[in-house]
Ligand binder design. Sequence first.
Ligand code: SF4
Length: 325
Amino acid sequence: MPKVGITTTIPIEVVYAAGWEPVDLNNSFITSSNPRLLVEEAELAGYPRNICAWIKGIYSTVRQNEEIRTLIAVTQGDCSNTHALMETLQLVGVKVIPFAYPYDRDYDMLKLQIEKLMDAFEVNWQQVYEAREKLNAVREKVWQLDRMTWQDNLVSGWDNHFYQVCCSDFNGDPDQFNRQVGDFLSGIRDVSPKKEKIRIGYIGVPPICDDLYAYLEDREARVVYNETQRQFTMPFESGDFVEQYRKYTYPYGIFYRLEDIEREIERRNIDGIIHYAQSFCFRQIEDLIIREKLSLPVLTLEGDMPNTLDARTRMRLDAFLEMLR
Ligand code: SF4
């Protein structure tokens, strides 16, 4: 199966319909044996220090993986740095297929983009809908896992993050991932419900530090809502394929995202929000809108390099939890 790198969630059904294997480069980077080294290698290649670590990690991940010679780069609706990322990868011979989410969620523009992607992979609508049926069966299991997080209190914040974030590419093997989710769900049916006193919503891009969830749970707080990761599961019923990617909030403006965030805060009975912002990310600017619009306490955390939580961040988390308590 040929592999294609992706820089964020795209209409993945098109890739599977064509018999290609998608590789979410964010997940490959952060789960590699030494993600910090990948960031440093990009800097050695000439990437500036004041550019987000995810971009540098993705660059080195592709450079190291000989199997990834094609990349789908989201040129609108994700990250402005992607433009330069794809150009530096084109320079070393990687073929780039651009994909753009229209800022205003225009149906016709989005349909056109999807059809251009379908042309690039030489698939038709019937094949795409068949692939979608298979992926939706897996997504439904992950929706159940999410419900078991906030409704039944059986799932940790980390597991909720992990299984949802994997839905960007289904780990390159939907059948295997389907079994993995099924095993997880069977395993937690008998565990006792969690009893944390504080319910946290996590919004923003997925964290670059991997111990946040455990740190909170050690202090009687649990993440019961992972905004962006949940969006990767396409958590809305939709008969129409284009509509499915119109409802997906992450690539569109902050105000559309906030509608989803506010709905879930209410539904999940959330006490406080952690807004994660990556160093050198343009999305940090949106923090001021989030603070203005949300009526419950918000803690903004910034992460830079792949790492565990630093002392300052741990102290800020402690103070935030104390205040919520
Ligand atoms: S964290 Fe921000 S700057 Fe970094 S890749 Fe994501 S959108 Fe781009």
